[in-house]
Write a protein that binds this ligand. Sequence first.
Ligand code: NI
Length: 664
Amino acid sequence: MRERLMTEPMPNPLVPRHPLDPLDADEIAIACAAVSARSGAAAQLRFVNVEMDEPHKDRVMAWRAGQPVPRAAFVVALRRDTGAAFEARVDLASGTVTEWRALAQDKSPFGQPAVMVEEFQAVERAVKKDPAWRAAVARRGLSEAEIDLVQVDPFSAGHFGYVEEAGRRCVRAVCYYRESLKDNGYAHPIEGLVAVVDLNREEIVTLVDEPELVPIPKKKRNYEAKDLPPPRTDLKPLHIVQPEGPSFTVDGWKVEWQKWSFRVGFTPREGLVIHQLGYEDGGRVRPIIYRASVTEMVVPYADPTANHYWKSAFDAGEYGLGRLANALELGCDCLGHIHYFDVPAADDLGRPMVMKNAICMHEEDYGILWKHNEFRTGVHETRRSRRLVISFFATVGNYDYGFYWYLYQDGTIQLEAKLTGIIQTAAVAPGQPYPWGGMVDEGLGGPTHQHFFNVRLHMMVDGDEGNSVSEHEFHPRPWGRDNPHGNVFDLVSRPLLRELDAAREADGRTGRYWKVSNPNRVNSVGNAPGYKVIVQPTPVMLAQPGSYVHARGGFASKHIWVTPYDPAERYASGEYPNQHQGGDGLPRFVAANRGIDNADVVLWHSFGHTHVCKPEDFPVMPVEYAGFMLKPNGFFAANAGIDVPADRDAASKRHGGDGGCCAG
Ligand code: NI
């Protein structure tokens, strides 16, 4: 795990002026001080999660500018000495703890607060001081000096019903040979050796040391620029030029871009949150989504051997996508005229810090928005598409994930997850097949795995009165008097009235899709205005029902879930997936089978990617994409981008000629 570079304390740039604004540095200090005082053990306290305690939606909707801004913090902390963990709410005006609840980590269904950065280092200390672990590494041919250089990766432990782990705060540590500190350890996995480490006691609980030794692959596969072959030399500069600046305005955490408006938020667990997303139409801002975020992801591995069967990182709930956000680099991560949001946060000790450049926002050209060339009349109109990009990148151990929200001029909303970084690897004995994945180099395999994301969309299509969700698909119509030529097919629609009706899987064969509409409003053709949910071809979890990862990541067993808004139902995997035995999150939420018709609905979408590793994934894999779109469907009376001006890019040039643009 690499150190973050943005932890230096800095003045807080944005003072909260709206109930949805993230905590500022002063508020973080107040919250942590109140919790420290209440705990009676300030020196032992570690802060896993410090975030704005988001008010109920009704309170936020009733709030008006100029009124006092209600502010509270929600804190999850634990004691390093006893392992006791608790949740607290702090009223920030008075600095008082208003709620205090101990977590029952030692009782079924268990569940621990997320793993902290500080603990990554504790794991390495615990492992390297253990004589049995050192002997096991030595048995694999490493000298004492080489053992000191070994890379130790703490992995969330999962839950497998092992008695010795029950109620203890654990991780599973796997390790990698390195020739030097900067050597890419993932090229040299040490197979058959796993240490289960108690994080509070900093000691090994269980050491799995397989008797059969697999040689450590030693071929170097480094990717630092100096270690790579000379770069290609035929690339000319490509500049994004915005001579008059960007078309967005930023006021604190509030953003306006053409007709779009929204508020930016950020939490330690989810990272970027989009609040109150709406589109101005007919003189008013028409709401679409009240709150949108990626609440969980899980990466289960399909290799049954000692180093791999338990790997199923819940990167949001077990680590924190926000806590592990990168400081993005201008001209590198982000191209063009960039607005960065610096995000105040608390470190593990509860000290305020600022995560510099955590969120990037900019505009991108996106090809053609709409076009027609009418040969009869010579009328030809072309409009270029521009999109607003709001994004962040989280590095969780070996993998790096980008989360990119895109807003388009025709009212389309898109989320794209970008998957890159380094795959998990397995050592494979020379000449042996690797049955659990693909080979990426000599003696080096990559276990097959799946990546699942879950996005929570608290919908508010065209108003606060209530939304309904319907499912649609295409069925061929049988031959008959009403289909004499055999060409007719039908759009078959059904309303999703209760939660259990709405736990659904996609079906590309029937073109199944979903629509969120507002039955209390009427659009230009007499129907309910709506937004269509467009899913990509995307897997469901392939681990067996009854397996621990299926029980813990049940949200990935369906593509679509719909629940009535309950502020306590925040995450697809539940509040504490770390070491949780399973059954929490979406499957539990929907078991009540509550009504969701014309209600304040939350739509949850699970999507992802099944990854069979290949040589091209190594040493760092090119970006793989997964995501979804929301498209206006009867929301507007016409193409919402029809009024985009017919501007011509003056900087464009004709290759081999002397200028001129694209017009025919
Ligand atoms: Ni992958």
